[in-house]
Write a protein that binds this ligand. Structure first.
Ligand code: MG
Length: 331
């Protein structure tokens, strides 16, 4: 794989114009087959050469290769150096110079990033929904123009309008831990933080696979626990794949990179859909309410009275369950 400048990528596309393949892989700019070499190029400038003679074909573009170390690569190396210096016990002049683990490199907001976020952890009804979205550098402005920078302040209607566009144009993955499965795991001793950790890792690695061989510059997790705890849960959960390289954590992550904002919007969108489905499954003509307040208790009491099993609709270990039972007994 080589990394070309913008000019190089254009030149490359022209050069292979007569060799284009019928199908372009998702998220690629173009794919071509010349002789025995398959060429796949991405908007980021990354170009992959595969097959016999691939190296020779790639060499043609050496003049256009991004020779200089990009600022972000420099930042990553810088962070790595700082870490190894710490490990060797190098004395620091100023203790405050030691950066916390979740400090993001300068210019991070402009990187190509897979962001992840989850919703539903505090909602009595419905799933724990976790989403990851890849926003390559050249898509950042487009995502910003959708108006999702501050996803927490968006209405359901806005979410429903914007999310389908994200789904159409960006590599993404969503996992729903429905109430039934959630309750099983919870009863078996998997706590909510572990469930979040496993879910985040799952969607992040899924998106990574979808965009391969392109690689994101980094992954950013909307932070819900310390990094060390996060990775401990993944090890304990015996995950097949654990995304570890270039993984960053940040609280209020949606403000640090639009990929997290996009993930948050997508997770909310799927949660809304699930609430509607669950409402239908319960014979209601409305969605189940989001949250863990009195409204949720009232609706849950109605479901119990109608003979439904709350295990299939709600996170039953919540304190709400006792309140619901009291309402039913009063009923
Ligand atoms: Mg979050």
């Amino acid at each position: 794989m080589i990394s070309l400048t913008k000019t190089g990528l254009s030149a490359c596309q022209k050069a292979y114009a007569d060799y284009l393949k019928d199908k372009t892989p998702a998220y690629a700019r173009f794919a071509a087959k010349k002789g025995k070499v398959t060429i796949t190029a991405y908007e980021s400038g990354k170009v992959v050469f595969q097959g016999a003679d691939a190296a020779h074909e790639a060499d043609r573009w050496s003049a256009y290769q991004q020779k200089q170390q990009s600022p972000k690569a420099a930042a990553v190396n810088e962070a790595g150096r700082a870490k190894s210096a710490d490990n060797q016990g190098t004395k620091k002049q100023h203790s405050h110079a030691k950066a916390p683990a979740d400090t993001l490199p300068k210019d991070f907001a402009n990187w190509s990033v897979i962001g992840s976020d989850e919703v539903g952890a505090g909602a009595y009804f419905g799933p724990l929904t976790t989403a990851a979205v890849y926003v390559p550098a050249e898509r950042i402005d487009w995502v910003k123009r959708l108006g999702i920078a501050d996803s927490k302040n968006m209405t359901d209607a806005q979410i429903k309008e914007v999310a389908p566009q994200l789904i159409q144009h960006l590599a993404h993955h969503v996992i729903n831990l429905g109430p039934h499965k959630y309750n099983q795991l919870q009863a078996a001793g998997t706590n909510i933080v572990a469930m979040k950790a496993l879910s985040h890792n799952f969607v992040l690695t899924a998106v990574q696979e979808k965009i391969a061989p392109e690689q994101a510059d980094a992954m950013l997790i909307d932070q819900f626990v310390q990094a060390s705890t996060y990775f401990r849960y993944l090890k304990k959960g015996k995950q097949e794949q654990i995304a570890q390289q270039h993984v960053y954590f940040a609280t209020k992550g949606e403000g640090k990179h639009v990929a997290v904002a996009a993930a948050s919007v997508l997770a909310r969108y799927v949660e809304l859909q699930e609430m509607t489905k669950l409402g239908q499954a319960a014979g209601l003509n409305t969605a189940l309410p989001i949250g863990a307040g009195k409204q949720a208790d009232q609706v849950a009491a109605t479901l119990v009275q109608k003979g439904y099993d709350l295990e299939d609709f709600a996170k039953v270990h919540f304190a709400n369950t006792a309140k619901v039972q009291a309402l039913v007994n009063k009923g």
